[in-house]
Design a protein. Structure first.
Lengths: 427, 201
């Protein structure tokens, strides 16, 4: 019935599954992984989902439930997750020449050329291979468009009878309608929590309801994106595989503090650290920033303390990728918005209006030599930090003790990234 | 001539027509190894006769191998056009890389540190780093990293007379006993141990 077979492979409860590979005792236990600073649940095992814990729920709200049911909570171990993701993605790349790594735990494969095979069997083969080689359980959804493959993946995940692989192309249209009538419209890729209530208002509750609407009319009521989504769930591809990620349009770096911070000096340190991280990313993708945004806020959950939040965007006269310059500007912005007497809990920066090196407009009035000098300095800094480890060379404004740094109370070991943190086999 | 007893010419199945499709011989084997040898023979028979229940109508899935190791190629610095070429150019070879020696598939290879003494007879000493490859199918006699009742252990993979998995230590002191995997035990093989290494300084 359809021309293409796109598969979406995603790792089940990715962060939790990574932890389980190296700690078999966690199998069958309720496990959550918490965001930076142990703020809220960012990954939940099936046992935890069954207890009604929502994605993103703050950890302090869960403490009683955790005690009652013995929920094991881990701080996020991003070094481990990134390594396990790279392993899985490098394996998936061997199953089709056309693939797009969509996120840390999701990958699209174009299997159109493989349809001489039974794709459900091929999917099972992929699943088995990833499980054996990496220890990670995956589910696979196959459809004629990316949006349909996402839905197929949802079906494969929620219904054990599929054994982890669901191919919508192998079903009749009537069977599609049957499934789509049971799935809430909010589950559709790109609809999400924001658009779902607006669709409910006009009587669209399920995927089937959405599929029946007129794409062009929905375009005028919503946006071109909505039209594309509707065409995609009707089997017309509108979103192509992107094998190379386009350079980002903005780079954000923000984090909560381990302890509340009230002095300007600590805030300055954190803002300079975030700027240097963001500037590193900026240079890695060979872009230049034209605006710097700084934000600070106190805890929105603490009712005993006065709440304060403020932010400032500072446009630059010249586009730059120089950490020193960006830091100076961000710190100026911070001093503008800083108010004495509050307990700050989070700070962040964003570099925006990014342009690629090719499209950069040099400043007519600044000497070219200054530019080259800055490029050389940043190059040397990046190279030294790449070779000798992060923050070997840094601005003194980042501070040395950084007492405000993140809490990572219960982070698991660097099982695959640190020699002295490998699994120890005692038996 | 007596017509009782003795050899009867041309009696029985013609040679080479049995289940293996070739002549067979009788040999004595230790009782404890019966199950192991039986499994080996079954596998051999399947291979000979192409009878594999799991393979249905699917052709074997072909997966191209990817090179996990960065291949460092020598850079020829001598210029080609001018003068006498370096006589060593023909002999430049790739420099040795230790991970190439230890690792077949980077995506499926993990390291663990060994702490106990149960495997010292095969040269796995406390403190050694052990290379574990999940992509390999464990066979009898392989050293494996296994999970028994949710705990990691490194042992030699074996099967008992009944065919159930069994993990053997390699320590002649007798301080470690074989682990027989019973029906109700949680058991899984994490991967096959393909090597080990240590530093003295």
């Amino acid at each position: 019935m359809s021309d293409r077979s796109i598969a979406l492979i995603d790792v089940n409860n990715f962060y939790v599954s990574c932890e389980r590979v190296f700690n078999p005792k966690l199998e069958g236990k309720p496990v959550v992984v918490l965001s930076n600073n142990d703020g809220c649940a960012v990954a939940r095992s099936n046992e935890v989902k069954a207890l009604g814990v929502k994605m993103g729920q703050p950890w302090f709200q869960l403490k009683d439930l955790a005690k009652k049911h013995g929920i094991v909570a881990y701080s996020s171990n991003y070094a481990l997750y990134a390594d396990m993701s790279n392993r899985a993605m490098s394996l998936l790349a061997t199953f089709s020449p056309d693939h797009e790594v969509y996120s840390i735990d999701e990958c699209f494969l174009d299997l159109t050329g493989f349809r001489k095979q039974n794709l459900v069997l091929y999917g099972q083969h992929i699943r088995q291979r990833i499980k054996q080689w990496t220890g990670l359980p995956v589910c696979i959804g196959i459809g004629s468009t990316k949006t349909l493959s996402k839905l197929a993946n949802h079906i494969a995940k929620k219904h054990p009878e599929f054994d982890g692989v669901c191919d919508l192309n192998a079903m009749s249209l009537r069977q599609h309608d049957d499934w789509f009538s049971k799935i809430a419209v909010g589950e559709v890729w790109g609809i999400g929590r924001r658009l779902a209530p607006r669709l409910h208002e006009i009587g669209i509750h399920t995927v089937l309801d959405l599929r029946m609407t007129s794409p062009s009319r929905m375009h005028s009521n919503f946006s071109i994106v909505m039209e594309k989504i509707i065409r995609e769930i009707n089997g017309t591809p509108c979103i192509e595989l992107e094998e190379m990620n386009p350079p980002r349009k903005q780079i954000v770096s923000s984090r909560s503090f381990g302890i509340p911070v009230s002095d300007l000096a600590s805030l300055e340190q954190s803002v300079s650290l975030y700027i240097s991280r963001a500037a590193e990313k900026l240079r890695r993708q060979r872009s230049y920033a034209e605006a710097v945004y700084v934000t600070i806020r106190t805890s929105p959950f603490n009712e005993k303390e006065p709440y304060y939040t403020n932010s400032l965007t500072i446009p630059l006269t010249t586009q730059t990728d120089n950490t020193v310059l960006l830091t100076k500007i961000a710190l100026w912005g911070l001093r503008e918005i800083y108010r004495c007497g509050y307990k700050y809990q989070k700070a962040g920066v964003m570099l925006s209006e990014l342009v690629s090196a090719n499209h950069r407009q040099p400043d007519l009035f600044s000497p070219v030599a200054a530019d080259t000098k800055s490029d050389n300095l940043m190059n040397v800094m990046d190279q030294i930090n790449a070779r000798m480890g992060r923050s070997t060379l840094k601005l003194a404004s980042e501070g040395f003790r950084q007492p405000w740094k993140m809490k990572q109370g219960n982070r698991s070991s660097g099982y695959t990234t640190k020699w002295d943190e490998l699994v120890c086999v005692t038996k | 001539m007596s017509n009782r007893g003795g050899k009867r010419e041309n009696a029985g199945r013609p040679r080479g027509q049995g289940k293996f499709g070739e002549p067979t011989i009788a040999i004595r084997i230790p009782q404890s190894q019966g199950a192991t040898i039986k499994m080996f023979l079954d596998a051999y028979q399947n291979k000979r006769t192409g009878l594999n229940e799991e393979a249905t109508n699917v052709d074997e899935f072909f997966t191209p191998s990817i090179s996990d190791q960065p291949t460092r190629l020598p850079l020829f610095t001598t210029k080609v056009a001018a003068g006498f070429p370096s006589p060593a150019d023909d002999y430049v070879e790739k420099r040795l890389d230790i991970s190439e020696f230890l690792i077949d598939h980077a995506a499926s290879t993990f390291f663990v540190t060994i702490k106990g003494e149960s495997m010292i007879d095969v040269g796995l000493l406390p403190g050694d780093k052990v290379v574990v490859d999940r992509s390999k199918t464990p066979g009898i006699g392989n050293i494996v990293l296994a999970v028994v009742d949710r705990e990691f252990t490194i042992k030699i993979f074996d099967r008992s007379t009944s065919g159930r998995p069994r993990l053997l230590p390699a320590n002649s002191s007798g301080a470690y006993l074989p682990i027989e995997i019973a029906e109700d035990m949680q058991f899984e093989i994490f991967g096959v141990v393909t090597g080990s290494f240590r530093r003295f300084e």
